[in-house]
Design a protein around this ligand. Structure first.
Ligand SMILES: *[C@@H]1O[C@H](CO)[C@@H](O)[C@H](O)[C@H]1NC(C)=O
Length: 151
């Protein structure tokens, strides 16, 4: 029984994630599995301006997610579990050129377990990177400005 019985919930979770990932920022799901699996996906979306590339480099203490160039409207996303001590921290350096050709850059704590769990980023955290700063939300419309670009 053990083997098959244990595989079922995982594969249905996988199917659910496949279905959900058909939109770039899926709706939050609140269900029993959340409590047991705590599988979190962070999306970082280039919402700057047409033809503006966002350069992104995200890391945690153990994980270097690499450098990525995002075209306008593209996102970078990754999935993880909160660690046992709830100290999971991902930070991202990002930079882009404004219309004057000046580089705009900053490094931000993009996922911090305790902070973001309290903000209800329990399955999806969606960041919209805009000209005036970094917005966090579950939906595009409800995203709130969390960080300004450093001056
Ligand atoms: C997640 O990122 C990958 C590229 O790393 C992209 O192909 C995929 O569409 C993204 N997922 C969603 C739901 O947008």
């Amino acid at each position: 029984m053990g083997r098959v019985g244990q595989k079922l919930p995982l594969s249905s979770l996988f199917m659910l994630l496949l279905v959900l990932s058909s939109t770039w920022c899926p709706l939050p799901v609140h269900g029993w599995f959340e409590i047991y699996f705590d599988l979190i996906t962070v999306y970082v979306m280039n919402d700057l301006a047409p033809y503006t590339t966002l350069n992104l480099h995200c890391k945690s203490k153990d994980d270097d997610l690499g450098e990525h160039k995002l075209a306008h409207g593209q996102n970078f996303n990754w999935t993880f579990h909160i660690n046992f001590w709830q100290t999971t921290l991902y930070w991202c350096s990002m930079w882009w050129y404004d219309s004057n050709g000046q580089v705009v850059q900053g490094t931000f704590d993009i996922y911090k377990a305790r902070r973001d769990y309290a903000r209800k980023c329990r399955s999806q955290c969606c960041w919209f990177i805009r000209k005036d700063g970094l917005y966090l939300g579950v939906y595009k419309g409800d995203a709130k400005l969390m960080f300004h670009w450093p001056k």
